[in-house]
Design a protein around this ligand. Sequence first.
Ligand SMILES: *[C@@H]1O[C@H](CO)[C@@H](O)[C@H](O)[C@H]1NC(C)=O
Length: 176
Amino acid sequence: MAVLSRRQTSSLVFFLIFLSFTEAKEILVGGKPEAWKIPSSESDSLNKWAESSRFRIGDSLVWKYDGGKDSVLQVTKEAYTNCNISNPIAEYKDGNTKVKLDRSGPFFFISGAKGHCEQGQKLHVIVMSQKHRYTGISPAPSPAEIEGPAIAPTSSAAGFKASFLVPLGVLVLGLF
Ligand SMILES: *[C@@H]1O[C@H](CO)[C@@H](O)[C@H](O)[C@H]1NC(C)=O
């Protein structure tokens, strides 16, 4: 193995750290296929799921559903609140919808199937800016997140980072 100079090594380390922060994810809405439907109860709603998930700029939301029966409408906050399906920002009905979260702030989605939004088939996600990634979410983090293992306090991405950087640190130490 070629021995890297100290400068090359630190460039490599910074590059890898940078990569681990910019890693974008595809997030399946509801955490499982067929989750885009009228929820059976409040606790089953997609917004409950969204509250316990982290969304970052560059991540994509993915919906899997029967495109013959349902659709995904991206709408304004007002249309979301009123379940107004008449003039969406974007409409998807291919059954395998992917929407990239390309900015921070709120995104609103409702079902385009008649009457579904009124029965709770809607989704509101907030994409954190880089600076405020872990604040501004309502409500407060769940107890599971606060009391979780120290090495992965916020998400599986953090766990991934830790498991990735520890061997890297060992490698770097070995070079000196
Ligand atoms: C739904 O939205 C359209 C277009 O934005 C608007 O013209 C219409 O009045 C709205 N309907 C209701 C019931 O709010």
